[in-house]
Write a protein that binds this ligand. Structure first.
Ligand SMILES: [Zn+2]
Length: 70
């Protein structure tokens, strides 16, 4: 097993669909971890992890892209 590198900086989990930070860890599946977003209902192993400064920048850049939501 190749261990992930965990840094001491606090990372927050972010929904890749809606940008919410209300992410719940659901279960360990065969494919690995699974998460669920409380806000949009997204479920999957793909979530974004970033620190608070990155998150602020990311949200800002999202907002500047015409505010298009899918
Ligand atoms: Zn979401």
């Amino acid at each position: 097993m190749q261990p992930h590198l965990f840094v001491s900086v606090k990372k927050i989990k972010v929904c890749p669909m809606c940008g919410s930070t209300h992410i719940h860890y659901v279960a360990g599946m065969i494919t690995g971890e699974k998460y669920k977003c409380e806000d949009c209902g997204y479920e999957g192993s793909l979530i974004l992890e970033m620190d608070i400064e990155e998150y602020k920048r990311w949200m800002k850049s999202r907002g500047e892209k015409n505010g298009v939501e899918r």
